[in-house]
Structures are given as C-alpha cells and as structure tokens.
Design a protein around this ligand. Sequence first.
Ligand SMILES: [Zn+2]
Length: 200
Amino acid sequence: MSSIKIIIKNPERIDVLVNKKRSLPANYIPTDLVNIEVLHKVEKAESKMLRKEAAAALTELFVVAKLGGFEFWAISGFRSYDRQLYLFKEYAKKHGEEKANRFSARPGQSEHQTGLTMDVSIPSLDYKLVEKLGETPEGKWLAYNAHIYGFIIRYPKGTEHITGYQYEPWHIRYLGKNLARKVFESKLTYDEYYSRFFGV
Ligand SMILES: [Zn+2]
C-alpha cells in the first residue's frame, strides 16, 4: 500500500473509510456510544459499546440469526485510540511490527475506533476469533446475510493485498442497510468500493 497518509476529517460519518492510508484523529471518540444489548464475552467496559445505530442493528442481526438457529456472541466492539496503541505495542513486541500489522491495526487505523465495528464468534469455536468461523454454518450465514442488517465482512478472504489485513470472517462493520447492500452486491472490498464511488 502507498505510504501516503490521510487524517480523516469527518470521522463521525457512518460511511467513513478507515484503513492503513486513512487514519482517525487520535482524539476521536464517537459521541453516541451505547452499551450493546446482545450476548457477549466482553471484558473491557469500552469494548461493550457501539454507536447507537450500529448497536440497534447488531441486536436485529443477532435476534434474526438466533431464530434461524445461529447463535452469535459479541467479542469486541469500540476500542479507543489509547487502547489500540497499547495493544499494537504489545503485539509488535511479541511478533515484530510487520507481522503485527497484518492482524492488528496501528492506533488511528482501527475500524474499532469508529464504534461501528464488532468482532463476533460462536460457542462451538470457544468464542475465539479464528478463520475457521468462515467455514461454520454460522460464519456462512453471516457472510451472506449481514448486509441485510447493515453490516459487511470488512476483510474478506483473498483480499489482504487490497485491505492490508488477513481474512477476518469475525469482523463486521456497520455501514447502514442501504450502503451495506450495495457493497455486498458489488463483491468489492469497502476500500475498492469507496475509491470507486466516493473517491479517496
Ligand atoms: Zn475486529
């Protein structure tokens, strides 16, 4: 990816694109964070939060999934800049900076700071965030239906060269129902969709 870096000017937009070229301001915290009201295994108080609109959509997604026999659990939602800074430093210490950057974002570059992203898992995977989720009935259901509730799989399989992140079937990003459907139908990553239709 190019080394040109942009600090995002309107981080509160629901359609905001955050990636390794577009960082959120360090002081950005959404003003409408609320606690999620779904099954969860979240330890940190802040990770239990999403922006109001995304939290309501997550409830809808989980309720409908459960009716179909698919039980999701929320694992990690909002993450502040400072928490991401801490986590990235820890991962870099353990794995080296380059490797850490494939699975963990640098501070400001995490979608979790938008309050529009949730990592989800399932009981049969022991609530872990693993690639295998994509092969389970739950993971498949999520990949095909999340957009109906306004979410996309942000880092699809085989797109690491575009998104900069390895496949993460657990990481869902809220875009609103209309845009999520368009992105799903385009079969593009959000990075590609955004540059094609919004321009970067
Ligand atoms: Zn995530």
